[in-house]
Design a protein around this ligand. Structure first.
Ligand code: 5CA
Length: 449
């Protein structure tokens, strides 16, 4: 992408309304723009990051055996009357009336709709277990939308819903998502800690929130320090092996970790001094097992092995990709701006032409641009006629992992400079060597977790 043809409205000043660093940087770097309270447009650079988050979420959901579909944002009130949640959900639900005066709503979550799809089509225990997920916009009329996309009213959610014949099967389905979540967040470069959590309006009694520790987090959390050192389950995890999966979940839940709603002071104080972590955190994912809470009133039954009808056991599993983008910025930035991990970077390389209009610089940049793209790297070429200082500041702000700097002086001796955004380290080398080096550096960092 050539910057002269791109749309990247960076702001020089920090917007006054933004209280936390991720919100400030996301506005300044031109990732998002507020349209109404808690409602944001995703600008091209932000959208590229969001799409990378979604791709990783999908890969790990699919690996764990979940199947993608897409349900609508607008739902019928009648569906929610069946589960009894239409009234119970209260003011957070955006209620809409269509031209025929039918009551509709903008979905805050999809338990009812997915249960209705399931009961229409699935009739036999042979079709179980089944886990259906989608990535879809949700609307919750939060009392206090704040911190940009961290707590917004409209936000993207990956929500998965599992269906099983009995509680043991449902536990296996829960464990699959538990492990998939550990892997997903690790691939974002985030250390997530599963914590016992309250179930709120979703319901059920088994639930974990996946928390990223951050001073600006909205949740107050408590855990054992050693949880932070547990190893991420590997990519070759066998999700069908219920015993090994349970052992992994047991290990991850063996030490105390709870959000404030579930905090047990006595259990926390029983942890040896020096190993207690009392901190703030961001909830990036939340998983629930709620048995037959929806399947019972909505009559989601299959024929069991003995021919008798069985009410299915369900769980639901959410990740907020839009919140994840903010959480990554919160976890990875410095005084100059965002520092994207390679797997989420909107472009992998910033190619900076220090003297646009100069024949040699333009030619070298065009050549490098094509070669890098051919090697499969994504490149943002700054071909504008801004001053060098302004170009450096913008590129540091938007945080692409590597900068390839091309100037007239270096070119005279056939050299260019590579700067790594994270460390600030700069090396000067011949053009061809720089190309090879960049391809190596980027490839080595594409996969994490
Ligand atoms: N149906 C269940 C699981 S699919 C559910 O709705 N769970 S939830 O309420 O915990 O939301 C799932 C995830 O969506 C949260 O962990 C969080 O990452 C994200 N999320 C929830 N509310 C917001 C919000 N107001 N702004 C941004 N992200 C949100």
């Amino acid at each position: 992408m050539r910057l002269s043809r791109f749309f990247m409205p960076v702001l020089r000043d920090t917007p006054k309304e933004a209280e936390i660093i991720s919100h400030q940087l996301m506005l300044r770097a031109g990732l998002i723009k507020q349209e109404s309270a808690g409602i944001y447009a995703w600008l091209p650079l932000g959208l590229r990051v969001l799409q990378k988050v979604n791709a990783i979420v999908r890969e790990e959901q699919n690996r764990a055996g979940a199947v993608e579909l897409l349900m609508p944002t607008i739902q019928s009130a009648d569906l929610w009357r069946e589960s009894g949640r239409y009234e119970a959900y209260g003011k957070e639900m955006l209620r809409i009336e269509d031209r025929h005066e039918r009551e509709m709503l903008f979905g805050p979550t999809n338990e009812e709709m997915v249960t209705e799809i399931f009961r229409t089509h699935v009739k036999s225990y042979r079709s179980l277990p089944l886990n259906l997920y989608h990535l879809q916009w949700k609307f919750r009329d939060e009392v206090r939308p704040r911190f940009g996309v961290m707590r917004s009213r409209e936000f993207l959610m990956k929500d998965a819903y599992s269906f099983d014949l009995d509680a043991a099967g449902a536990r296996h389905s829960y464990n699959k998502m538990f492990v998939a979540y550990l892997r997903t967040f690790a691939r974002f470069g985030l250390k997530s800690i599963p914590m016992q959590a309250d179930t709120g309006p979703i319901g059920g009694d088994l639930s974990h929130e996946f928390i990223i520790l951050a001073d600006t987090g909205e949740s107050e959390v408590f855990c054992h320090k050693d949880t932070l050192d547990f190893a991420t389950p590997p990519s070759n995890t066998n999700f069908d092996d219920a015993v090994t999966l349970q052992a992994t979940v047991d290990k991850w839940t063996s030490l105390y970790a709870a959000t404030s709603e579930k905090h047990d002071v006595a259990a926390y104080e029983a942890i040896e001094a020096g190993k207690r972590v009392s901190a703030r955190g961001i909830e990036v994912g939340h998983i629930f097992y709620f048995g037959t809470k929806y399947s019972e009133p909505m009559k989601a039954q299959v024929q069991g092995p003995d021919g008798k009808p069985v009410t299915v056991h369900m769980g639901s599993y959410g990740i907020g990709p839009t919140r994840v983008v903010a959480a990554v910025v919160e976890a990875s930035h410095d005084a100059n701006g965002i520092v994207w991990p390679v797997p989420l970077a909107p472009f992998e390389v910033a190619l900076i032409n220090l003297k646009s209009g100069d024949k040699d610089c333009d030619q070298a940049c065009n050549d490098l641009y094509h070669k890098l793209e051919q090697a499969g790297l994504s490149v943002l070429l700054d071909d504008t006629d801004e001053r060098a200082g302004a170009k450096f500041a913008s590129m540091d702000l938007i945080g692409l992992p590597f900068q390839l700097i091309v100037g007239p002086k270096g070119l005279k001796s056939g050299e260019v400079e590579i700067k790594e955004r994270k460390t600030g380290e700069r090396v000067t080398m011949p053009v061809e060597a720089a190309l090879r080096r960049l391809v190596e550096l980027v490839s080595a960092r594409r996969f994490m977790g």
